[in-house]
Design a protein around this ligand. Structure first.
Ligand SMILES: NC(=O)c1ccc[n+]([C@@H]2O[C@H](COP(=O)([O-])OP(=O)(O)OC[C@H]3O[C@@H](n4cnc5c(N)ncnc54)[C@H](OP(=O)(O)O)[C@@H]3O)[C@@H](O)[C@H]2O)c1
Length: 259
């Protein structure tokens, strides 16, 4: 019996590394792709070689930016290169995306989401068998915002209203989709409860002491603070609540860092 070979783009990243870990126990062979694995997605020849003989590609690439232009450039050209590298094959693609990132009323506020919309659109136009897995924000995003928004010891975290899930839960869904024989169109995954990510960041800060103070930037008058990041009809609702996620990470090794 031949084993399914699954290429994971962004294999060294948060989601990609968990997808890599989840594949072997399901009888699949993971093929890691990232610059750390020696492949730059802009290098078409290297990408072609890396994707040779794979059955499925799971795209977990990322480029952190708030610039729409940079995001559209990165996600659009990376997806176009994947499509070019797969030319002449019917390799299935699973693209990790974000709930409502393609909605203009949402992505006009977040340039990064316009990049995700460009990525989805390139894959859709490719004619390759495609599954798009959109999730809401991850709990881990609140931790990232806490670190990234610090100025002189104070973190300024936007009060994004979401139904977050754990990245581990997103990775499990990706593994599931990678090993499903039929592409499933669009799947939308969200967590079990409404959470204000700034309030979650405050609770994370109580564990990690990363900032002296966490200032919540209210977004209530914008779509981002009033429900536009949430899908009205999720395909999958995951089980981990914010309190359980906090308890699990609090029980792990200390991640505290100096101010
Ligand atoms: N955070 C959330 O709440 C959330 C929610 C839903 C969906 N998503 C989506 O999930 C995806 C993955 O996010 P993440 O946080 O797991 O990403 P991440 O940790 O930032 O990892 C990004 C990955 O992309 C690779 N990469 C970046 N540029 C590359 C290049 N030029 N060539 C080859 N590899 C490159 C990186 O590896 P090297 O640096 O080694 O190249 C790394 O493995 C993103 O597309 C994001 O939009 C995120």
């Amino acid at each position: 019996m031949t084993m399914t070979r699954v290429a994971v783009l962004g294999a060294s990243g948060l989601a990609g590394s968990l997808v890599m870990q989840g594949l072997p126990s399901r009888g699949a062979v993971p093929v890691g792709i990232s610059r750390r694995h020696g492949v730059h997605v802009e290098d078409l020849e290297a990408l072609r070689r890396a994707l040779e003989g794979v059955d499925v590609v799971v795209d977990c690439l990322n480029h952190q930016t708030i610039s729409a232009r940079t995001a559209v450039g990165f996600f659009g050209s990376a997806a176009a290169n994947v499509v070019a590298a797969l030319e002449g094959t019917q390799t299935r693609v699973v693209c990790l995306s974000i709930v409502n990132a393609t909605v203009p009323g949402v992505n006009r506020w977040l340039g990064y989401y316009r990049g995700k919309a460009a990525q989805e659109s390139v894959y859709r136009a490719s004619g390759l068998p495609l599954s798009i897995l959109r999730t809401t924000q991850w709990f881990e995003l609140a931790a990232q915002l806490l670190t990234q928004t610090r100025i002189a010891g104070t973190a300024f975290v936007p009060g994004l209203l979401s139904r977050p899930l754990a990245v581990q839960e997103a990775a499990e869904q990706l593994v599931e989709q990678a090993l499903t024989l039929q592409p499933v169109g669009v799947t939308e995954v969200c967590g079990p409860e409404l959470v204000d990510l700034a309030r979650l960041a405050r609770e994370i800060n109580e564990q990690d002491h990363l900032a002296r103070r966490v200032v919540r930037i209210p977004l209530g008058r914008t779509p981002l603070g009033s429900g536009a990041l949430i899908t009205p009809s999720p395909t999958v609702i995951t089980g981990t609540t914010a309190q359980r996620w906090l308890a699990q990470r609090g029980a792990g090794p200390s991640t505290s860092a100096a101010l």
